[in-house]
Design a binder for this molecule. Structure first.
Ligand SMILES: Nc1ncnc2c1ncn2[C@@H]1O[C@H](COP(=O)(O)OP(=O)(O)OP(=O)(O)O)[C@@H](O)[C@H]1O
Length: 400
């Protein structure tokens, strides 16, 4: 029977994001399956729902949501493992996998700054519960960098890059020199899409529209209606109504999904939510978290402080090679404002550049390149290494 060393289809890849989990094999450039990293418990019968079952479930008010990750760190392994199992089952090619996984490897995308205990647990789960034969713990931002170099090879330097990933639970800044992360300069800010969704939920609830349990709908409202202002002071002074847009709430008869409409199209719908200045004050939190009382710097200031940590001889190159990725980087206007603020005081001769990876699976796709490569066998951590060296040594070798 062939195993992962000879068969790319047996090299699985998991991007275990706190908003979405993406699963596939090294044979396919894009994930085969994407699930929310979220389970719904049916109040009536206690059934656990995820993936398609959760998406198609009609009575959202009847669900209690369980999120296995908090701040991007897995805290509830039972439910996380349940989700992984369901995803493996959902792929026909992995059917009857429990015995078969011994011939599979798994590449797992991870963020920096994760506690050792959590990493150790992940390795234990992969080797001892699922029985995989090898693991490749991949740094998410490094995989995005590999993807960017492949796709935009003429636009960015292959020696220096600053990767800024604005995801769901956090924002990461990881500078790279010659393909390796500059560990001492890595930074994480606790601002991301989740903070914005939760804040929007509070705003909506204040208007007596009860969407507290509708995480996915509030996320959709945020994604479809919000944008980043290029001049916040000017926009905030414009008269009320200048930015008005409506979100038409679903009636659950004709459809389960709402949609955004402009001012002129609003009249034919009754159940609608109006957003005006919130459309740009909400994403503004990414730039100024202190607006809602958070003791954190914003993303522009975070990026500047990371670049300032780097040795002055090479610092300038990072302004010219910024890679922006992560789901929450997709707000209209975000990339322009970020580049503008980060490079505000740089010398004129610099060619400041930012490459935006708009697809949410850039890290996955970079990892697919590495996992399908000829030297994958050399870089993966196999079961014998795990037994012989234990976690401590592997930690030093594989994680930052
Ligand atoms: N077009 C969009 N505009 C604004 N936000 C968006 C858009 N598309 C996705 N998002 C937000 O991006 C976030 C998900 O990003 P991403 O997929 O990078 O996170 P993740 O990898 O699952 O989690 P984490 O970054 O915590 O590991 C969600 O909060 C989602 O609402």
């Amino acid at each position: 029977m062939s195993d992962w060393k000879t068969n790319s289809n047996k090299r699985l890849i998991v991007d275990n994001g706190s908003w979405e989990i993406r699963l596939g094999s090294a044979l396919n450039e894009v994930p085969n399956l994407t699930y929310y990293n979220l389970l719904g418990i049916d109040r009536k019968n206690g059934n656990l729902l995820c993936g398609e079952n959760l998406n198609n479930y009609k009575d959202e008010a009847n669900l209690i949501y369980v999120k296995p990750q908090v701040r991007g760190v897995v805290v509830d392994w039972d439910h996380e493992v349940h989700l992984w199992e369901k995803m493996l089952d959902a792929q026909t090619e992995f059917e009857s996998k429990q015995n078969e996984l011994q011939s599979y490897s798994i590449s797992i995308l991870q963020n920096p700054c994760v506690p050792d205990k959590v990493r150790q647990r992940m390795i234990e789960v992969c080797f001892e519960y699922f029985g995989f034969d090898a693991i490749y713990p991949a740094l998410s931002q490094q995989m995005s960098q590999i993807y960017a170099l492949d796709k935009y090879n003429k636009k960015i330097s292959d020696t220096f890059q600053l990767v800024i990933e604005i995801g769901h639970s956090a924002t990461y800044f990881v500078p790279f020199f010659d393909g390796q992360p500059i560990n001492y300069a890595i930074k994480r800010l606790d601002v991301g899409g989740k903070l914005l969704t939760n804040h929007l939920k509070e705003i909506i609830t204040c208007r007596y529209i009860q969407l507290k349990n509708e995480i996915r709908m509030v996320s959709q409202i945020k994604e479809d209606m919000c944008f980043v202002s290029q001049n916040f002071q000017k926009d905030i002074k414009l008269r009320k109504g200048s930015h008005t847009k409506y979100f038409i709430l679903p009636d659950y008869e004709t459809g389960k999904k709402g949609f955004a409409v402009d001012f002129y199209d609003r009249s034919s719908y009754s159940d609608k939510l109006t957003l005006d200045k919130e459309r740009f004050t909400l994403p503004e939190i990414l730039f100024n978290p202190s607006d809602i009382g958070l003791d954190q710097c914003g993303i522009s200031q975070g990026a500047s402080s990371v670049i300032k940590e780097i040795h002055p001889d090479i610092r300038e190159y990072f302004y010219e090679n910024i890679i922006l990725c992560g789901g929450s980087s997709n707000f209209v206007g975000l990339k322009e404002r970020l580049l503008n603020e980060v490079t505000q005081n740089t010398p004129d001769y610099l060619d400041n550049k930012l490459v935006h990876l708009a697809c949410t699976s850039s890290a996955y796709q970079g990892c697919q390149k590495v996992t399908s490569g000829d030297n994958f066998e050399m870089i993966a951590m196999n079961r014998n290494d795990y037994k012989e060296y234990g976690f401590e040594q592997l930690n030093a070798l594989y994680f930052i």
